[in-house]
Structure formats: C-alpha cells, structure tokens
Design a protein around this ligand. Sequence first.
Ligand code: RFL
Ligand code: PHB
Length: 393
Amino acid sequence: MRAQVGIVGAGPAGLALSHLLARRGIDSIVVEIRSQAHCEARQRAGVLEAGSVEVLRAAGVSQRLDREGLEHGGIYLQFAGERHHIDFRDLTGGRTVTVYAQTEVVKDLIAARLDAGQPIEFDVTDTEVRALDTTRPVLRYTSAGGERREVVCDAIAGCDGFHGICRPAIPASLCTVHECSYPYAWLGILADVPPSTDELIYCHHPGGFALHSMRTLQISRLYLQVTQDEDIAAWSDERIWDELQRRFALPGWELKEGPVLDKSITGMRSFVSAPMRYGRLFLAGDAAHIVPPTGAKGLNLALADVAVLARALAALIRDGREDLADGYSGTCLNRVWRATHFSWWMTTMLHATPGAGPMEAQLQLSQLRYTTSSRAAATALAENYVGYPPLHP
Ligand code: RFL
Ligand code: PHB
C-alpha cells in the first residue's frame, strides 16, 4: 500500500494532522490501536487556546465547537480563604480561551474524516515503523480483521502519545530526554450538575489543590489533588464531594453536588524528548512531550505541533523543500519549553507537596498574592494561559 503520510495514533494530534494535510492535497492513513468508541470516550482536557480553535477551524471541524464552546475571559485563583479573578480580556488585549472537551474535539475530527470517505484503521495491533532514515519510510500494522499490512510513505507522523512506539524507534543515542515527576496525582470527576462558577477556579488549600472546571452549562468537571499511589476504590462519591466542599469553601458561595458520571486518577509529569524528528519520522503531541495538566496546555501543544508539521510536510512532499521540515523540531520546542515552564510554575504554586514544611506554603502564598495584586504578574499568567503567537495553520 502507499500513502504520502502514515499517521500513528488517532488522538487529537494525529486526527487534526490528517485534516490539515488533506486541505493541502496530501493523503494520509491513520492507524489506531484502540476502538473508535474508546477514543471518543476518554475523559481528558477541556480548555482550548484561541490558536487551537483557529487550527480546528482551518481543519474544517469547528461547526459544533463554534456553536457549543464556552468562551472564558479569565480564571479564578483561590487561596487563604479568598477568591481572585484574573481577567484575561483586560490583561491581554481581549484574548480568551474556549471550554470544549477533548472528547468532543476527537468526535468531531473522527466524524469529519469518515464523512470525507477517508478511513481510520481502528483496533490495529503490532504497529511498526521502519526505514525511517530513508525517503520511503514504512508503516506496518495488523488490521482489525487480522491482516498484516505494509504502507510505504514519504513521511511518518508519530502521534501515538506517551506510551506509543514511535519515540522509542529513534536511536536512544540521538535523543535527549528531560523529565520530572510530581509527588501527587489528580482525581478527576465528571458530574451531572451545572457548574457552580462562571469560570474555572484553581484553588490552593493546605489539604491539597482543587480545580473546578466544566464541560457544558449542565456538566461539571472537578479535580482533587491526591497522593501519587492513591487507590480510586478508597474514594466514594460522598468522600469526593466532602473533600471538594472542604477545599473550595468560601462564605456566601455554594458548591452544587450531583451524580458522578466518571471518575479517574491521572499521574503528573513533565517530559520533553528532543529532537522531535529522526529522518522521515516526525513526533507530535504527547509522543514527544508531557506537561502536568495544571496549565491546561497538553491538548493545545499537540494541536500547535501539527499546525507546524502540516506546513512542513506539505513543503517537503509537494515542493521538495526541506527547510520547514528541518526547522520543525526547533520551532515546536520553543513553544513546548515555554508551556513546560508555565505548567511547572502553576503546578508548584498551587499544590501541597507532601512532607514540605510551612516555608513552602508561605512562598506559594506570597507568589499567589503577588500574582493577584500586581498587574505585571497577573499579565504573565494571563499571557501564558491564553497561549502564544498565532500558528498560521
Ligand atoms: P493522545 O491523545 O494520547 O493520542 C495518542 C493516540 O495514539 C494511540 N496509540 C497508538 N496507535 C497506533 N499504534 C500504536 N502503537 C499506538 N500507541 C498509542 C493511542 O491509543 C491514542 O489514541 O495524544 P495526542 O494526540 O498527542 O494528544 C495529547 C492530549 O491527549 C494530551 O496532551 C492531553 O489530554 C493531556 N491530558 C490533559 N491535558 C489537559 O490539558 N487537561 C487534562 O485534564 C488532561 N487530562 C491528559 C489528561 C492526558 C491523559 N493521558 C495521556 C494518560 C488525562 C489523561 C488520562
Ligand atoms: C479540564 O477541564 O479538564 C481542565 C481544565 C483546566 C486544566 C486542566 C483540566 O488546567
């Protein structure tokens, strides 16, 4: 078989890339180890930067996002029994973010690709990438029906997430990895109750961080900092709501409770593998980098990568121009490192480190007071949160 680009992984990165390439007249095949239902049900991120919305518009899949996405002009930072608003519109010249679930982005991207008659191979096994240092890299997989297939490509996009097979296909001697983990995790719930807030609340509390987010005006998404090795079985719905009530408590404000629809625990790490290219293999999204979710950057970085990659691959394959492909990794890593720093900063400012003494808490509170009282400091948070310069998808 033949495809100009072989895309490994049908997450937001791989799916968006397939659309951005199609717009440029480049055909691709997408292979995915999980089922369509699984890809469409995974509860993950929820905040899109304006640049990410632009990427999805350029990919031609923004009709529902434009209709149903919730525009947010700020966030709240809560600490020491006070809640402060960070006004993005005021601080960044009118810029905002859009709350629209990653699950919905993925559903829209899958539907648009299938509607266009371009298949996605779900439920594949034994994905392999070979001949990466040639101009005809090869993608091999076993289809859902059990047939072994080989696709000869011009380039392969490794969009297969942190646990995928593409990053490990790069010779270890050519990779530099930077990594740190955090001594806590997030317990996230999806709840059938209207949000108790108009914008997200990031809450510092001696008992641990909490976040009030949302999916729609009917469905709330909430997170609690828990220990790294937490057993989800130890968290009944009642215990979760009690802990959320304790951390978010504020006189005159009420946290509404409702049935818990989904419950899961996510570990937190920062990870960057560089370069994001080896020969004709290009990594994008979580396959190359992971950030802790506190800055809401994971999904946005994945979409930013593929906006750059689509242009680079079009130049390479259509016009025989190597310069954008050569610049791909450096261009993306600039943004990745900025988001990595911002996510680390938000995470360490807002979470209680197990075993840390009162010194850490005082430093965090000082930073939070500064961020909510100095226009310069608030602007730094706002600029990072709403995202970085346009992507030209
Ligand atoms: P994805 O979404 O992980 O998609 C990769 C896809 O590749 C498939 N795959 C393979 N396919 C074929 N062959 C193989 N050998 C394969 N190996 C893997 C996988 O099944 C999957 O479908 O990566 P992508 O596209 O780069 O998108 C990145 C985002 O998904 C990610 O950055 C964010 O969702 C991170 N993240 C969160 N970010 C936030 O901003 N807020 C959150 O609340 C939040 N929660 C999360 C998250 C990531 C999680 N992961 C990765 C474990 C919660 C979780 C559980
Ligand atoms: C979410 O809605 O899932 C969400 C929002 C903001 C974050 C992380 C997760 O920082």
